[in-house]
Design a protein around this ligand. Structure first.
Ligand code: ADP
Ligand code: 5GP
Length: 186
């Protein structure tokens, strides 16, 4: 039996990491894809768990060596998914969990078709998303503005994906997300 690929896609500030952390705890059967990134580590993040935090030159070397199944420049940083992780997971029939931007979600759909199920998490509004980014307090003003501008564009794409979850109340949103995930894994 082949494993499923669950791709969570959401504009930055929607609350995706909050929901994903809960999903990872409740569903250890989902193998978490640790992406590589060139962005600086935030407070509370751990190298090798949240991301592999690497230098730009290392990232570019890995692109040249074809180490990524997909990679993208998001908010002025590189992010990429390990090809080896996906290939090994596929071989062993494991269910895998990804956190990707819209470019990454599109790439996975193109490669894996219905095996990759894209769940788009939507904020109640762009204003609320900006408020969440400001309350989180991990990004400089210009970074927040860049993320808010990208969010406007990404939200327009929501109907291109397999499922949409509204993150208004976090507990309700988690319930909706988990229901979709369980249905995918059946
Ligand atoms: P993302 O991973 O999408 O960038 P985070 O999970 O870091 O977003 O959430 C951004 C901020 O919003 C955090 O401070 C988080 O605690 C908060 N947050 C998440 N979900 C909700 C929600 N439903 N209502 C209000 N605040 C939320
Ligand atoms: P953040 O910097 O907030 O952790 O993530 C910024 C954006 O990059 C988010 O939309 C996240 O989903 C996306 N992202 C994280 N890892 C990857 C990856 O490996 N590939 C792609 N394409 N996007 C990623």
């Amino acid at each position: 039996m082949s494993g499923k690929m669950i791709v969570i896609c959401a504009p930055s500030g929607t609350g995706k990491s909050t929901l994903l952390n809960r999903l990872k705890k409740d569903h250890p059967e989902l193998e978490w894809s640790v992406s590589c990134t060139t962005r600086p580590k935030r407070q509370g993040e751990t190298d090798g768990i949240d991301y592999h935090f690497i230098e730009k030159s290392d990232f570019e070397k890995q692109i040249a060596e074809d180490m990524f199944i997909e990679w993208a420049r998001v908010h002025s940083n590189y992010y990429g998914t390990s090809k080896r992780f996906v290939d090994e997971g596929m071989k062993l029939g494991k269910h895998m969990l990804f956190d990707l931007d819209v470019q990454g979600a599109d790439a996975m759909k193109k490669i894996y078709g219905p095996l990759a199920q894209i769940i788009f998490i939507e904020p109640p509004s762009v204003e609320e998303l900006e408020k969440r980014l400001r309350i989180r307090g991990t990004d400089a003003d210009h970074v927040i503005l860049e993320r808010v501008n990208n969010a406007r564009k990404e939200i327009l794409r929501k109907h291109d994906y397999d499922h949409i979850v509204l993150n208004d109340d976090v507990n309700l949103a988690y319930g909706r997300l988990e229901k979709i995930v369980k249905a995918i894994l059946v």
